[in-house]
Design a protein around this ligand. Structure first.
Ligand code: SF4
Length: 359
């Protein structure tokens, strides 16, 4: 075997799985698998998994980077709050994401109070330290991080607010399949999200569109094995959900996390970068906790904002373009001077492709 398996801890095992993948895919038509997870993209790019696959196979990246799917309008909302005098807290990556005219980093450099936090708990702590100040945390992320936001909202100080930009993954998968722009023969389901939601939400998507899914872990060999399982399922016309990551993911997920999510949030329709509003894919703060909802408290009125000119993030998040298809990639757009969110976040496809130098 002349494939480069340097990125694998157990090269023998990787070699065996690659050989099985090649054997199983032989004679099949084109196979396009999608993952929806920035950590999977990192593992795939780092280990060079795409270069190990036969020519009739592709792994495309979907909307799995929490920073990348935030819209320019949501960034504009956060900037407007900071300019109105609130202390806006966010994770570091978010500061560089461009809104319609500027970023949170630029607002900060112009004097707005924008602070980087490493967790929502730090933001709540800050609100307690600054009782005379309104502190607004930009809540981003999928089912993995949303429970932490929910827990803090259960007992937040009165000067603490959340701008909820949380989203959920299965409605986005449903939308991609319903729209049909992206040909998808199977999904590699995200390990972290699945640890919270379990397998149930994927089953209904799979049954509706007859698309198999495998929940995979983050070791390169986990991903390879997930790919092999998906190929076998496609061949057998098995449209179920298999769990390759059973050491972490359980059938019913994490009940405590799901309970607190349900207590604090309710599904809402929300736009994702490059997507129209996806039904039920957002997490809005329930009325009972409305006194901590930044959108209710501040009534900010921000218009829809266009994508940065020339940026292909929307297409990349839909799996219909690769980073290298963007004419700005690694030229006008780099991690030091990003044009779009996919180059900002360490989980973004453009950032990852730039980092590992792979097309
Ligand atoms: S390379 Fe930059 S401009 Fe192009 S799609 Fe990626 S983030 Fe957007």
């Amino acid at each position: 075997m002349d494939k480069d398996l340097a990125g694998f801890r157990d090269r023998r095992l990787a070699e065996k799985i690659v050989a099985k993948i090649c054997g199983t895919a032989s004679g099949m038509g084109p196979v396009r698998l999608m993952h929806v997870c920035g950590t999977h993209e990192d593992a795939i790019a780092k280990a060079g998994i795409r270069s190990l696959l036969p020519d009739n196979m592709e792994i495309i990246s979907g909307p799995g980077c929490p920073v990348c799917v935030i819209t320019a309008k949501e960034i504009d909302e956060a900037i407007a709050l900071a300019k109105e005098g609130a202390c806006v807290t966010s994770f570091g990556d978010m500061l560089k994401v461009p809104g319609s005219a500027s970023s949170l980093a630029e607002a900060k450099s112009e004097g707005a109070e924008v602070r980087i936090v490493y967790s929502i708990t730090d933001a709540v702590k800050l609100a307690k330290e600054l009782p005379g100040k309104e502190v607004v945390h930009v809540g981003i992320g999928f089912e993995t991080t949303a429970p932490s936001t929910a827990v803090e909202l259960l007992s937040a100080p009165e000067n603490f607010y959340v701008l909820s930009c949380h989203r959920t993954i299965p409605p986005a998968m449903d939308f991609l399949l319903s729209e049909g722009d992206t040909k998808i023969n199977g999904f590699i389901d995200p390990g972290h999200v699945s640890a919270i939601i379990g397998l149930g939400p994927y089953r209904s998507v799979g049954e509706k569109y007859k698309v198999p899914q495998v929940v995979a872990g983050f070791e390169p060999v986990d991903v390879l094995y997930g790919v092999l399982l998906l190929l076998e399922m496609i061949k057998q016309k098995d449209h179920g959900v298999r769990n390759e990551y059973s050491r972490v993911v359980k059938e019913d997920g994490n009940k405590k996390a799901l309970d607190v999510l349900e207590k604090v949030f309710e599904p809402c329709d929300v736009k994702w970068r490059g997507f129209p509003a996806i039904p039920g894919s957002g997490l809005a703060i329930k009325e009972e906790y409305g006194e901590h909802d930044a959108r209710i408290k501040f009534r900010i009125d921000v218009k829809e904002a266009p994508e940065p000119k020339g940026c292909a993030c929307g297409k990349i998040l839909k799996g219909i373009a690769y980073p290298a298809d963007c004419p700005l990639f690694a030229e006008r757009c780099t991690p030091d001077d990003p044009v779009g969110p996919c180059m900002v976040s360490g989980e973004g496809s453009c950032h990852i492709a730039y980092k590992y130098g792979r097309k």
